[in-house]
Design a protein around this ligand. Structure first.
Ligand code: ISL
Length: 558
């Protein structure tokens, strides 16, 4: 199969199905709801959707715990609905990539239910088991991603199973060739149904060091044994060769604690593993050690350093570009921007800042209307399993109450998961009953309906930005250069092709700041996009005065 590398021209919109659109009045989003909103997505201009998991699942981790890989979670719909959704997307020129969660299954998966019956069960070896230590202690001191220990005891087997996430998410044993065959069969099943690729959940955790022992890392103990394990590249190459290469599909790996060197190995085309990965260096600029609960004061120079590193350093692979997803807090108000007075300016600034870098841009649902964090005031409002586990862990660590009271609302994944705000009706046009997670109180002022009507809305800015992005086809291969890496408030970068230079100027502050545009550019520049209305003189000046959170994108003919 000849690969067309369409992913390089994709603009990908992530749907978190629970929170997107409820069509049957159960307070939870569903596939029919997505179908009903496809014209909205087409109008926005995106050409691909990444759909967070819709498979059968007990929903301990909102679908990232799968109990049947070849069926749909009934409240979301049926396989028939799914097929209809794929067809309706394709009719509109929208591709679909699914979430592939194969580091672990749900403990409700048939394989695991069998596996836990006895050590002799044919499915036992589908998972990773270990005896406890002699003194009745857990097999190792590892810490999982949700802040808990990683082992759960099963009396029938007198062994513990490994779970790097919640208890209900046992890790699969990829050393077992049968597991590898199952995964290939899952991939084929969905590709044959017409899906165009996969976002591969925590894919760099699938291979573990077979000699499982205590870890000595500072916080995420054991991580050296489960991040980028010894057979990772072999497994990915196998999936690529045997399945993925036979379809014109794409893959993006979610990879945690990944270096540039790892990324090159994972995404260099000749190695035939993944097409691109998500790295989290930029979203980790406001925390310590890549752990979002350890808050750190944000500095713009660090954000630029993170972007520069990947833009300049990922010479063989392809970058993904994002500022939000279902695990991150909302971007408006983050990275020194404003969630209040300058919310609109900030959202447009952030959009322009990341969209015109080199790579494939992803937009997370609601980002295009500038949805904000949830601002819940009590723990009981949070539904996310991670939030509750981390809360317990932080309490056990005896961190000051005041710190916990800050870091939970800051880091909770529910910030991004509040239902999509379609209009200002009681349930925001998301549902006609009380939804599974509270709707943000600001739905009256922040919603799609209002955004369509307001010509200066963030939504209309995104539409225009996407049109420009599509028109400027040569941007795909343009080079990248950060013009002011050390500046405290400005992020100015340039993308250059044979004929043009694209200059992206961003003011990450409330100050008015002068910026001198290279004199050679003066006669030939066109302002393609900006978040303030400017008169011709302001657009053409060589010394421009940037207003609070102002962004401008110029095209300069060489
Ligand atoms: O949320 C996180 C930090 O922002 C991470 O620790 C996150 O759990 C990690 O990036 C892995 O995420 C993925 O796998 C998890 C699932 O809960 C997340 O929603 C998913 O994106 C387990 O499947």
């Amino acid at each position: 199969m000849k690969k067309t590398n369409w992913f390089k021209n994709a603009i990908i919109y992530q749907i978190y199905p629970r929170s997107f659109q409820d069509s049957n009045g159960d307070g939870m989003g569903d596939i029919r709801g997505i179908i009903n909103r496809l014209d909205y997505l087409k109008d926005l201009g995106i050409n691909c959707v990444w759909l967070s998991p819709v498979y059968s699942s007990p929903q301990e981790d909102n679908g990232y715990d799968i109990s049947d890989y070849k069926d749909i979670y009934p409240p979301f719909g049926t396989l028939k609905d799914f097929k209809e959704m794929v067809d309706e997307m394709h009719k509109r020129g929208i591709r679909l990539i699914m979430d592939l969660v194969v580091n672990h299954t749900s403990s409700e998966h048939r394989w695991f239910k069998e596996a836990r019956k006895s050590v002799d069960n044919p499915y036992h070896d589908y998972y990773i088991w270990k005896k406890g230590k002699k003194n009745g202690k857990l097999p190792t001191n590892w810490m999982g991603f949700f802040g808990e220990n990683t082992w759960e005891y099963v009396p029938e087997c007198d062994e513990y199973y490994l779970h790097l996430f919640a208890k209900g998410q046992p890790d699969l044993n990829w050393e077992n060739p049968k597991v590898q065959e199952e995964v290939k069969s899952i991939l084929k099943f969905w590709l044959d149904m017409g899906v165009d690729g996969f976002r591969c959940d925590v894919i760099n955790l699938i291979s573990k060091d077979p000699n499982i022992r205590d870890g000595h890392e500072f916080l995420l103990k054991g991580s050296k044994q489960f991040v980028n394990g010894p057979r990772l590249h072999e497994f990915l190459h196998m999936l690529n060769k045997e399945v993925l290469s036979k379809y014109d599909c794409m893959t993006v790996g979610e990879t945690v604690f990944t270096t540039l060197e790892d990324a090159k190995l994972l995404t260099s085309p000749e190695r035939e593993e993944l097409d691109m990965i998500f790295n989290f260096d930029h979203t980790n600029t406001d925390n310590y050690l890549g752990i979002k609960w350890l808050m750190r004061k944000f500095k713009l120079v660090n954000l630029k350093k993170a972007f520069d590193k990947w833009q300049l350093g990922n010479t063989t692979g392809w970058n993904s570009l994002f500022i939000e997803n279902h695990d991150q807090r909302r971007s408006v108000g983050r990275f020194n921007t404003s969630e209040t007075t300058y919310r609109k300016e900030s959202a447009k600034l952030l959009a322009t800042m990341y969209f015109f870098q080199k790579g494939t841009p992803f937009i997370y649902e609601g980002q295009e209307i500038g949805m904000t964090n949830a601002h819940f005031t009590s723990l009981s409002q949070y539904q996310d399993t991670e939030t509750h586990s981390i809360y317990k862990t932080l309490k056990k660590m005896h961190l000051p109450k005041s710190y916990i009271a800050k870091t939970i609302p800051n880091g909770s994944r529910d910030n991004a998961r509040t239902p999509m705000q379609w209009d200002n009706t009681e349930f925001a046009g998301f549902s006609n009953v009380k939804p599974w997670l509270e709707i943000n109180k600001n739905k009256d002022s922040i919603n799609v309906k209002e955004s369509i009507e307001d010509k200066n809305s963030i939504l209309n800015y995104y539409k225009k930005m996407i049109e420009i992005y599509k028109d400027e086809k040569e941007l795909v291969d343009a080079s990248y250069k950060d013009l002011l890496p050390k500046h405290k408030y400005l992020y100015v970068y340039e993308r250059e092709t044979n004929d043009n230079i694209y200059l992206c100027i961003n003011n990450f502050s409330t100050r008015f700041i002068k910026y001198h545009i290279d004199e050679n550019y003066n006669a030939k520049k066109t302002l393609l996009l900006g978040n303030y209305s400017l008169i011709e003189e302001q657009k053409q000046a060589s010394t421009i005065v940037l207003q609070p959170f102002e962004t401008r994108l110029y095209k300069i003919k060489k």
